[in-house]
Design a protein around this ligand. Structure first.
Ligand SMILES: [Zn+2]
Length: 309
């Protein structure tokens, strides 16, 4: 996909992308040679995130670009307008980067703090007196780990009460769109640095989070190793560390995934993926373990998952 910018408006393949222009009241213009700040939205629904980030009333956050999970893009305001997305922040001699940065909000759920018995994860948080939960994420959709800005509070819930959260993966479409956006913004506005919100507000923010490919920042910044080192989940950790140990008699969603994986791996004797760990599942699992040089004990644990995912 090819991006271009004319009169501070974004075009994709020659057509102007949707521009809602509801945030002009934040007013003022960015300083020259702005930085570019990457965020996650803490939500997956593109339409809802665009609506939330383009509300015209004072006090609400915003950003210049909202990027959906399929790579869909809306521009909230033109690129020279000052918007509220960075808050209290500091980077390389500048404070309050709202004055001097373009913001991209990427639709991603962010941290997931509740782990279910079946090994899946979701986000649960209280906001203005009400509880909100995200959908459940498969272990294959997350990376488990602690963000370096771990002083930022993440509540723990569920039977497992994990003190290490999981993080939702970004989509390949989002990363491809970001490559294109960064490229056109750099060439148009002489961008100083491309950074994460967690780089400029380390006491408050963890976005774009542990699943964002840190190598991309080095590439975008011309190879300068300016950013703090981070654990880099690329290629993505498949969530193996969050998977429960499973054996004869176990049941539930995690067993279903195990059964599907065994069938995919060429062990049809597992039969239907019914979520019940019985003799057929055990037999298929033992065959899988034998084939991969593991102890054929018929119990699925970290060694088995490492070969399976
Ligand atoms: Zn942010």
């Amino acid at each position: 996909m090819t991006f271009s910018i004319r009169n501070d408006l974004l075009f994709q393949n020659g057509s102007q992308v949707t521009n809602v222009r509801t945030s002009r009241k934040y007013g003022g213009s960015l300083t020259a040679k702005p930085d570019l700040v990457i965020h996650y939205t803490v939500g997956e629904n593109f339409g809802a995130m665009v609506a939330a980030l383009s509300r015209p009333n004072a006090g609400h956050g915003s950003a210049h670009i909202v990027l959906g999970q399929k790579g869909e893009i809306t521009q909230v305001e033109n690129f020279r307008t000052r918007l509220w997305h960075a808050g209290t922040s500091y980077w390389k001699g500048r404070n309050n980067l709202n004055n001097s940065s373009i913001g991209i909000e990427v639709c991603n759920q962010g941290w997931l703090n509740e782990r279910g018995d079946d090994g899946r994860w979701r986000q649960k948080q209280k906001w203005q007196g009400r509880w909100y939960t995200s959908r459940w994420f498969d272990p294959s959709e997350v990376f488990v780990g602690r963000h370096p800005n771990s002083a930022v509070y993440i509540p723990t819930f569920g039977d497992a009460r994990p003190n290490v959260p999981a993080w939702a993966l970004y989509t390949p479409q989002q990363m491809a769109a970001l490559d294109g956006l960064v490229s056109v913004l750099k060439s148009t506005y002489n961008i100083r640095y491309v950074v994460g919100h967690d780089d400029i507000s380390p006491g408050r923010k963890q976005d774009p989070g542990l699943c964002f490919d840190r190598n991309r920042f080095d590439v975008w910044n011309g190879g300068r190793d300016e950013l703090p080192p981070r654990p880099n989940p690329t290629p993505p950790n498949t969530g193996v560390s969050s998977y429960p140990v499973l054996g004869m008699g176990d049941g539930g969603y995690a067993v279903k995934i195990l059964q599907r994986k065994l069938a995919e791996a060429g062990f049809p004797e597992v039969g239907t993926a019914d979520g019940r760990f019985g003799p057929k599942t055990e037999e298929a699992l033992k065959d899988f373990q034998t084939k991969h040089g593991l102890v054929a004990d018929g119990v699925a644990g970290p060694n088995t998952y490492a070969k399976m995912f």
